[in-house]
Write a protein that binds this ligand. Structure first.
Ligand SMILES: [Fe+2]
Length: 286
C-alpha cells in the first residue's frame, strides 16, 4: 500500500493488467517450482492447517506459475474471491476497493533465479503462494474483505498507518495457535525460507498474544525479519475483532497514545516468548 502513484498507461481504471500467462518463459516457471519445492517441505509441520488446506484445494502444487484465470475459477467456487494482476504497488483506495469486492491484487513478475531470497517488491510467488491459499478459508476470506471495507472507512480518518500495522502483523506476519502449538499464517513468513524458521523457532523475536490496539500502535520493520510477532487464537476471533469493531473511537483513542517500538514488551502484554533480540537488526527504522 502506498499513497501517490502514477497509473501506468497499460493498466485499466482499477489498475489491473492482463497476467499474460502465455508469455512466462520456461525459466520463470522453473523459479516458481524451485521456490515452491523449497517452502513446501518446511511448511508441512509449520504452517497453519488453513494454509495447507488452501494449497491443496486450489491445486497450487501443480508445476509452474499459476494461471490467474484458472486459479480464480477454483477460488471463486470456494469463497467468491478472485486474483487479479496489477503492475506493482497500487494506491490505498484502489487496494482497499479490490479487497472490499473480494479481489486480491497480485504482481505478475517473478524474481530472478539468482534472487531467491531477495525481493525489492512482492512478486507473484509472494502474492500467490503466500496470500492466496488462506483466501480459500471462508473465515479468513471474510477477514480480508472486512479489512478492505475498514480501509475504505479509514481513508476518512487519516488513520491508514494504524490500519497498515494491523495488516502487517496479521496478513503478512501473523502467527496462530493451533492445538496448543504456534503455526505460521502470515504471507511474508510462509513465502520466505529464512523467516519461516526464524518466526517460529528462533529465540531472538518476541511472540506476543494478539491485541488489536496494541498491534495498531506497534511500529514494524521493512528492512529485516520482525522483532515481534503477534499470535492470534483463531481466524474467527480475528474476524470478529475487525468486522464487529467500530474503529472510529479506537483511532481517536490511539491518537493520544505513543507508538510502540518493534522490539518492546509492555507490562500488559500476554508474552508467549520474551525475545532475546540477539539478532543484529539492520538500520534503525521508525
Ligand atoms: Fe504481501
Amino acid at each position: 500500500m502506498t499513497a501517490t502513484l502514477a497509473k501506468p498507461p497499460s493498466a485499466a481504471d482499477d489498475w489491473t493488467i492482463p497476467q499474460d500467462w502465455a508469455s512466462y518463459s520456461e525459466n520463470e516457471h522453473r523459479v516458481w517450482d524451485r521456490l515452491f519445492a523449497r517452502q513446501i517441505g518446511m511448511l508441512q509441520s509449520r504452517a497453519s492447517t488453513a494454509f495447507l488446506n488452501g494449497l491443496e484445494s486450489l491445486s497450487l502444487s501443480r508445476a509452474g506459475i499459476p494461471d490467474f484465470a484458472d486459479l480464480s475459477e477454483r477460488l471463486h467456487r470456494l469463497t467468491g474471491w478472485r486474483v487479479v494482476a496489477v503492475p506493482g504497488l497500487v494506491p490505498d483506495e484502489v487496494f482497499f476497493d479490490h479487497l472490499a469486492n473480494r479481489r486480491f491484487v497480485a504482481g505478475r513478475f517473478i524474481r530472478k533465479p539468482e534472487q531467491l531470497d531477495y525481493l525489492e517488491e512482492p512478486d507473484v510467488f509472494h502474492d500467490v503462494f503466500g496470500h492466496v491459499p488462506l483466501l480459500a478459508d471462508p473465515v479468513f476470506a471474510d477477514y480480508m474483505q472486512a479489512y478492505g471495507l475498514g480501509g475504505l472507512r479509514a481513508l476518512n480518518f487519516h488513520s491508514l498507518e494504524k490500519l497498515a500495522r494491523l495488516y502487517w502483523y496479521t496478513v503478512e506476519f501473523g502467527l496462530i495457535r493451533e492445538n496448543g502449538a504456534l503455526k505460521l499464517y502470515g504471507s511474508g513468513i510462509v513465502s520466505s525460507f529464512g523467516e519461516s524458521m526464524f518466526a517460529l523457532e528462533d529465540s531472538s523475536p518476541n511472540r506476543i498474544g494478539f491485541d488489536l490496539e496494541r498491534v495498531m500502535r506497534t511500529q514494524y520493520r521493512i528492512d529485516d525479519y520482525q522483532q515481534s510477532y503477534f499470535v492470534i487464537d483463531s481466524f474467527d476471533d480475528l474476524l470478529h475483532r475487525t468486522r464487529d469493531a467500530d474503529f472510529a473511537p479506537v483511532y481517536a483513542r490511539l491518537e493520544n497514545l505513543p507508538d510502540i517500538a518493534p522490539d518492546a514488551i509492555l507490562v500488559e502484554d500476554r508474552v508467549i516468548h520474551r525475545g532475546t533480540q540477539e539478532r543484529g537488526y539492520a538500520g534503525a527504522k521508525s
